[in-house]
Design a protein around this ligand. Structure first.
Ligand code: DX5
Ligand code: ZN
Length: 215
């Protein structure tokens, strides 16, 4: 079963509640947190997640594009995030492990994300210890509206294989440049959660755009 996760990075932040209601036929809500260090952009933070939580029951799929993400695991969990995804490139492995353990102890689902440069094999040690999600970036993180990197497809296939081997049940999510055409390629390569910002929010008919990604 494919899940669609609209990215509110493409929403109108002055009309955030309305824009979240518009995507209520989707499965998850993708929340992009950026610190201006890990990526060259600043988006939203803890207080916004807290407010979103008060206005929707959607599953909050929170993508932390921040340096040393362990510093903020508790704050985002307390704010109401359902899943926290941290980048492998954002800290040293022991700190990444500690952050994932903290997610466990706080009862929040845990994910790791890979920039395009990071090899598929990097996920293996973490998968062996248990994960809820792996996010493969199909653009350089930081901005919406970029073009899909088709050379990430073999990485998806490889990671799908590792998931089946080491941690069946772990989701495989893609983020960046997803539209109905690229969605199909990603699903064929093994993805089961599709993030989309501009393909959903720039569409004239949002529910139809969400359904188009499922087929
Ligand atoms: C980019 C973010 C994405 C972004 C995707 O760094 O992680 O979630 O919103 O936007 P589109 O779907 O427009 O590529
Ligand atoms: Zn994202």
């Amino acid at each position: 079963m494919i899940k669609i996760a609209p990215s509110i990075l493409s929403a109108d932040f002055c009309r955030l509640e309305e824009d979240i209601q518009k995507v209520s036929s989707a499965d998850w809500l993708h929340v992009d947190v950026m610190d201006g260090m890990f990526v060259p952009n600043i988006s939203i933070g803890v207080p916004v997640v807290q407010s979103i939580r008060q206005h929707t029951n959607m599953f909050l799929d929170t993508h932390l594009m921040i340096e040393k993400p362990g510093r903020y695991v508790k704050a985002f969990a307390d704010a109401g995030a359902d899943l926290l995804t941290i980048h492998l490139e954002a800290d040293m492995p022991p700190a990444i492990r500690a952050a994932l353990r903290e997610m466990d102890s706080l009862g929040v689902k845990k994910g790791i994300a890979l920039r395009p440069i990071t090899a598929a094999e990097a996920v293996i040690p973490y998968l062996k210890e248990g994960l809820d999600l792996i996010l493969v970036m199909t653009v350089e993180p930081g901005f919406g509206g970029q073009s899909f990197m088709a050379d990430m497809l073999p990485k998806l296939t490889a990671i799908r294989g590792y998931i089946e081997q080491y941690c069946p049940g772990c989701h495989l999510e893609v983020d960046g440049g997803i539209n109905p055409e690229t969605a199909k390629l990603c699903v064929q390569a093994g993805a089961d959660v599709l993030v989309a910002g501009s393909a959903i929010y720039n569409a004239p008919d949002i529910p139809a755009a969400i359904e188009a990604l499922r087929s």
